[in-house]
Design a binder for this molecule. Structure first.
Ligand code: FE2
Length: 234
C-alpha cells in the first residue's frame, strides 16, 4: 500500500485512530477525553508518537493474537507506560473500558487462540486477523471449522458495526472477490473508494462487508473452505 497517515473515526465522544505500523499492519487507539486503549501493538514508536501528539494516557493494551506483527511493540509500551495488557489467551469476558462495554470474544481460526474486541454500544469491532477488509485471515494454527464459526459470529452482529481489521489487504482482497463475483458492483465501488478515501474503504461497516466479502456471502462450511482454498492460491 502507499504510505498512509493515521486516520480518525468519530463515535460520539469516542475517537478511533487507525495507526499504520510495520509494512501493512494497523494498530488502533480508542480514545476518550485524554485516555486511550490500544488494540494490538506491532510496533511501539508510531503509537508513542500518537499518544504524545494527542496528549493521551494509555490505560490498556488489548491483544488479538500473538503473531509478532501484532505484539512486537507490546513489551516496550508496557515497560515505558505501565499499561495493562489483555492477553488473547484469557477467557471470554465483558469489561468496562473508557466507560463503554467491551466484549472479548474468542474468534479462533487464523490462530488457535484469537480474540476480537467488540464494543456493542459504539458499534465497533476490532477484528484482528479474523476478518480483514473484504476477506479472512489465513489458517495459521486454527482450523477451518473454527474460522467458519468465528465468521458466523461476526455475521450476526448489527450491519452498522464498523469493522477494524489488522492489515491493509484491500486491493488483493477485492480482486479476489471480483474473481468470485465478476458482476458485483459493490466490490467495484469499494475498490474505487480505496483510491479516494482508503480509510473508509478499508474500515467498512459490516453491512458493506456482507456485500463485498465472499467469506460472508456463503453459509456452509464446505463453501467457505472452498473459498479459502481458492484464496490461498490466488
Ligand atoms: Fe496474524
Amino acid at each position: 500500500m502507499d504510505p498512509m497517515n493515521t486516520s480518525k473515526f468519530q463515535f460520539g465522544p469516542f475517537e478511533v485512530l487507525a495507526v499504520p505500523v510495520l509494512r501493512d499492519n494497523f494498530v488502533f487507539l480508542l480514545c476518550r477525553e485524554g485516555r486511550a486503549v490500544l488494540v494490538d501493538a506491532g510496533e511501539a514508536a508510531p503509537v508513542l508518537d500518537c499518544l504524545k501528539e494527542g496528549n493521551l494516557q494509555l490505560l490498556e493494551i488489548l491483544i488479538t493474537h500473538t503473531h509478532p506483527d501484532h505484539i512486537g511493540g507490546c513489551r516496550s509500551l508496557q515497560e515505558r507506560l505501565g499499561s495493562l495488557v489483555f492477553s488473547p489467551g484469557v477467557g471470554e469476558r465483558d469489561v468496562e473500558l473508557l466507560g463503554s462495554r467491551c466484549r472479548a470474544v474468542s474468534t479462533p481460526g487464523h490462530m488457535a487462540v484469537h480474540k476480537c474486541y467488540h464494543f456493542p454500544e459504539l458499534e465497533i469491532l476490532f477484528a484482528g486477523d479474523t476478518l480483514i477488509n473484504g476477506a479472512c485471515g489465513r489458517l495459521l494454527g486454527g482450523t477451518m471449522e473454527q474460522l467458519f464459526g468465528s465468521f458466523r459470529w461476526i455475521a450476526g452482529l448489527p450491519d452498522d458495526t464498523r469493522v477494524f481489521g489488522g492489515h491493509d489487504y484491500l486491493i488483493d482482497n477485492m480482486k479476489f472477490a471480483r474473481s468470485i463475483e465478476p458482476d458485483n458492483g459493490d466490490v467495484r465501488e469499494r475498490l474505487e473508494l480505496y483510491r479516494t478515501d482508503p480509510a473508509a474503504a478499508l474500515f467498512a461497516t459490516l453491512g458493506t462487508e456482507k456485500r463485498t466479502n465472499p467469506f460472508l456471502r456463503v453459509d456452509t462450511l464446505e463453501a467457505f473452505a472452498e473459498l479459502r482454498r481458492l484464496k490461498d492460491c490466488f
